[in-house]
Write a protein that binds this ligand. Structure first.
Ligand SMILES: [Zn+2]
Length: 189
């Protein structure tokens, strides 16, 4: 996927380029020799095409590699997903020593806990749990509206739920699940 390129020549010292409305616009210095102008056009085009394809491809759900071990990374992931898809009020998200559930959402505190068993887990699984809990900030129950919200950021959430169950059962997540605790927190089945 490459963007169309429009070149304009300007009587200024430097050449510059930017992306606007799906088009690469290059303002090339008219003071340069033709060969240098061609070099500037080629170089700016290459850099801006690369930038455009990064922007196009980037979405939280496509960070398919990498592992998250720290609260800070978790917060970055949640913020990226939340900004892109939802904009729900979230004050804090962190790993929490909970074995009986993958995640929990305390709506009144605007806080999400993610099970420490997901530290270092495959990112698509962590993403699914984060998305799931983010959606509980809006929809407390697992009704149709809830799953529609989840699907907004995670169209393949069914597959990820299945993989999450496999991940848990395979004991890949380390700790043995403890007995469920009776709290008002929302959970992922
Ligand atoms: Zn839930």
């Amino acid at each position: 996927m490459t963007l169309p390129v429009r070149v304009v020549f300007k009587n200024k010292k430097n050449s510059s380029g930017w992306i606007k409305d799906g088009e690469i616009i290059l303002a090339i210095s008219s003071r340069l020799k033709a060969g240098d102008q061609q070099n500037h056009i080629a170089s700016l085009t290459r850099r801006l095409q690369a930038m455009a394809s990064r922007q196009k491809q980037w979405s939280p759900l496509e960070m398919a590699s990498g592992h998250i071990f720290e609260d800070r990374q978790l917060a970055e992931l949640a913020a990226a997903i939340n900004q892109t898809h939802y904009g729900f009020p979230l004050d804090r998200i962190r790993f929490w020593r909970q074995n009986s559930r993958w995640g929990s959402c305390m709506v009144h505190k605007r806080e999400i806990h993610i099970s420490h068993r997901l530290k270092g887990a495959p990112l698509p699984l962590v993403e699914y749990v984060v998305i799931h809990e983010l959606c509980h900030l809006k929809e407390p129950n697992h009704g149709r509206r809830f799953w529609r919200l989840v699907a907004q950021a995670c169209p393949d959430y069914r597959e990820r739920r299945r993989l999450l169950a496999v991940y848990g059962e395979a004991g890949l997540a380390g700790d043995v699940p403890a007995a469920p605790t009776a709290t008002k927190e929302e959970s992922i089945p």
